[in-house]
Design a protein around this ligand. Sequence first.
Ligand SMILES: *Cc1c(COP(=O)(O)O)cnc(C)c1O
Length: 395
Amino acid sequence: MAPGIVSPQRSFEQDSASSGPARLDASKLRVTKTLHPSKLPPAEDLTFGSHHTDHILQVRWTSEHGWQTPQIAPYQHLALDPAAAVLHYGFECFEGMKAYRDAWGSVRLFRPEVNLDRLNRSAARIALPTFDADELLKLIARFVKLEERFIYGKPGYSLYIRPVIIATNSNLGVAAPTSALLYCIACPVGPYFSAGFKAITLEAASSVVATRAWPGGAGNHKIGGNYAPCIAPEKAAKARGFQQLLWLFGDDDRITEAGTMNLFIVLRTEQEGCFELITPPLDGMILPGVTRDCVLSLARERLAPSGWTISEREICMSEVVHAAGVGKLVEVFGTGTAAVVSPIRAIKYRDTLVQCGLSRHQSAGAITALFKEWIEARQYAVEEHPWSVPVSEIS
Ligand SMILES: *Cc1c(COP(=O)(O)O)cnc(C)c1O
């Protein structure tokens, strides 16, 4: 045999003897392109999740063999056994991340490694398989490059990327999954606030009425089971005229999150001309948002030097009500990948409507708007920053 050529039989034996279940390996990717590329939707039609791109990235896993050959194929339905564990016990976790086109036409991912680490933590929490995040990042970069034409080069436009892991084994016992599917789809999206900011009003829900997360639970993970139980209470709040719920916890009505956003509060402090930016701490009941982390990081970098206090601390409704009463509640906003920041006009709490610092004609506070500008500058690489990773550099 010529040097360098190994008999297939021998190399197979070596592989299986040395490595156990296979690791996720992006170099094995197989790509089958669609023969029917879809027409690009008109830019003004891109409401969240209304369109999807032409392909799906899929990787199967079994406990015996590990991660199998990654495939990019034309977008298609999944075939699942009706007994698949995901359909019965909710073995599902997901991520939401975005790709952007910069002013030079290059496509960039924003802090993708943070999303993929979080996906691994979510998977581990519900006994789904974990993976080598660098390999999944390479696969997602390939997928995004293939779908590049769906990323419009206009301010506010992006490609929303949705990686998912589900359990596919079909034995009905409640146990750790023995087979799973990791897949990724993507949706072109337009600006969340197409006609300028729109401030929303929240209804504060005491945890006696409805609870999203609790100590020792799984509210700090992006797992499907956390979301469906929130919809009925949210629907009831909407019927009363409020756009989203503010989830409180405990006898002292501690603030946790609003809808599916992390919450930030700006208070004027005792010291003349000084402010405190507050968000609840990552105590296991808060989803560790990437946008939350961006706000904290930018605040520590750019606001702390001019005397701001940046606090990850517990804050109760009584403190917010008091601050509003004495004119110290400056701004409240939510954060998340979809909207970046979402201004909050008022919070209904017990019998009062707490005004959150906006005048009648104002749709966002100055600090809220500033964070949106700062974060978007890095997302679209107006400000070159390591948070934004060109897909061409991922391989
Ligand atoms: C995804 C999510 C957020 C926001 O996280 P980002 O990483 O900023 O998008 C906040 N709260 C909940 C419950 C979430 O699911």
